[in-house]
Design a protein around this ligand. Structure first.
Ligand code: SAM
Length: 502
């Protein structure tokens, strides 16, 4: 059974600065017809009524219990209409969307990733064929843009994932061509009281409906970030906030219409204009999963992070000759059938050999057939390459995969020209690379599809040789002492920054 809160995603906006900022963005006028598409307990409606007690407001809400609360709360307000309905499926709203919209202002904190039963998902997919139907907030935003009159304004608080994720390309296209963005505020989800979202960041997007796409693309909008606290939302002129202006046409021209937001215009130029990307010079692939690590994975010491729940590796069962075994993808006969595997964790340059996977013939057969197991991209197993953890703690990191297995929490990067391996190893650990990937995808995730999009600039030969030599020295030092000279690393970073100009 899923909880009521999860089913309806009933996380109410209990933050006065957020509500006040959003209401102020609507520039309310006395005669506005206003819509709240997911009423909850009516926090936006109350604030609007406190400014204009005669405001004409329509509320929709799916949850019967919330509708009862709303009806009671606003029983004296004849100008407030409450309907129990599904905003995404309702025929009246659909009708009004098709005829150019009827609202002057819309305000919402829609459900994010709301649970939808299978039948509803099928209907939604039909109604919104281009959109990512699994993520409810995008559907609400789309529906509400359609419900706005020409020049009507909308303010939504939603996760920032629509700015970059591949799945939201159609939504970005719609926003950029059907609306003029007024302002986009980006801040940590911790500003939203009471709920810990799985999402890294939240955004408040305010936009104005415009039917002429040329007018939309000509529009320039402001992005605000760098918030230290939620109160700054009510003081947007605060000098400590960072503000950037973008023309919609430039965003539209970005790969997949992604909103690339960076302080430095050089970073944006590199991403949108560089001819070569990491995906052109290397193969970037996700690694292996046994399907049941508790059963097949062993650890060198239980003291290791997350090592408590795994069986201890027995030195006698570890195979060291596997690199010369041409049949390795079918598994190993005999007692020595455990092989080293590189797992996630943000260790730079070289990870100690700590984890070992059962690679017996029977185990490999299991990996190839089990539903949960991922025997994916096997032609890259046991090859020499680079591993970048899918999740970074702060900055992106990379370490060598020295002919080992690598698990699915890692993206394996295998340069087509092996001569680039150590250069790329330094690059993926550098602040230059971090700036690029965090602009391509601001969350702390580095899936293969984003890594492939990082611009690659072929270094001059002298730089390539020097970086390769110094990086090899660092790797050797880590292998023998467990640490490395950070001064040398700084020199590497400077050489890479010199090549990229950032
Ligand atoms: C995130 S809460 C926000 C409530 C309120 N607007 C606020 O900010 O406090 C989302 C609300 O939308 C309602 N809801 C979820 N799916 C809906 C749908 N398809 N149509 C209408 N309301 C829906 C939930 O019951 C919940 O009250």
């Amino acid at each position: 059974m899923i909880s009521e809160a999860r089913k309806y995603q009933a996380f109410y906006t209990k933050s006065t600065p957020i509500v006040d900022y959003m209401v102020s963005k609507l520039s309310l006028q006395a005669r506005d017809k206003i819509f709240e598409p997911c009423g909850g307990d009516g926090v936006f409606v109350e604030t609007i009524l406190s400014e204009n007690e005669y405001a004409h407001i329509d509320i929709c809400e799916l949850n019967t219990r919330s509708v009862e609360i709303l009806s009671e709360k606003f029983s004296d307000c004849l100008n407030v209409t409450i309907r129990e309905c599904d905003t995404l499926l309702d025929t009246e709203l659909k009708f009004n969307s098709c005829f150019g919209g009827i609202y002057d202002k819309i305000i919402a904190n829609p459900p994010y990733g709301a649970w939808q039963d299978y039948d509803k998902r099928v209907v939604l997919k039909k109604m919104y064929p281009e959109l990512y139907a699994k993520e409810s907030y995008g559907l609400f935003l789309y529906r509400c843009i359609e419900l706005l009159k020409e020049d009507g304004i909308l303010s939504f608080i939603i996760p920032d994932t629509f700015l970059n994720l591949h799945m939201h390309k159609a939504l970005r296209n719609h926003i950029l061509n059907k609306t003029q963005i007024v302002e986009l505020a980006l801040f940590p989800s911790s500003f939203f009281p009471g709920v810990k979202f799985g999402y890294a960041n939240l955004s408040i997007i305010t936009l104005r409906k415009k039917s002429d796409y040329k007018e939309c693309l000509k529009n320039t909008f402001v992005v605000i970030n760098g918030f230290d606290n939620v109160e700054q939302l009510n003081n947007i002129d605060d000098e400590n906030l960072k503000k950037y202006s973008f023309k919609q046409e430039d965003v539209f021209k970005n790969p997949e219409h992604a909103f690339l937001i960076a302080e430095n215009s050089k970073i944006l130029k590199l991403i949108s204009q560089s001819k070569l990307k990491v995906g052109d010079i290397s193969d970037c692939v996700t690694g292996f999963y046994s399907g049941d690590d508790k059963r097949f994975l062993q650890v060198i010491s239980n003291e290791l992070k997350n090592g408590k729940n795994y069986a201890l590796a027995n030195i006698e069962s570890i195979n060291t000759d596997y690199k010369y075994n041409s049949e390795i993808l079918s598994g190993i006969d005999g007692q020595q059938h455990f092989l080293p595997i590189v797992k996630g964790g943000n260790t730079k340059y070289l990870k100690p050999e700590s984890w070992f996977m059962n690679w017996s013939k029977e185990a490999v057969q299991y990996y190839k057939t089990d539903k949960k197991a991922r025997f994916q991209n096997p032609r890259y197993y046991f090859k020499f390459g680079i591993g970048v953890p899918m999740i970074s703690s702060s900055s992106i990191t990379a370490s060598l995969i020295e002919n080992k297995l690598f698990d699915q929490s890692i993206v394996g990067i295998f340069p087509k020209d092996e001569g680039l391996t150590y250069y790329l190893l330094a690059f993926f650990n550098s602040p230059t690379c971090n700036k690029l990937i965090r602009t391509i995808n601001p969350s702390a995730n580095n899936p293969a599809n984003y890594i492939k999009k990082i611009p690659f600039i072929i270094p001059e030969n002298s730089v390539l040789e020097l970086v390769t030599k110094k990086t090899k020295n660092i790797v050797d030092e880590v292998r023998t002492t467990g640490s490395y000279n950070e001064q040398i690393e700084l020199e590497l970073f400077q050489l890479i920054a010199g090549t990229y100009g950032i």
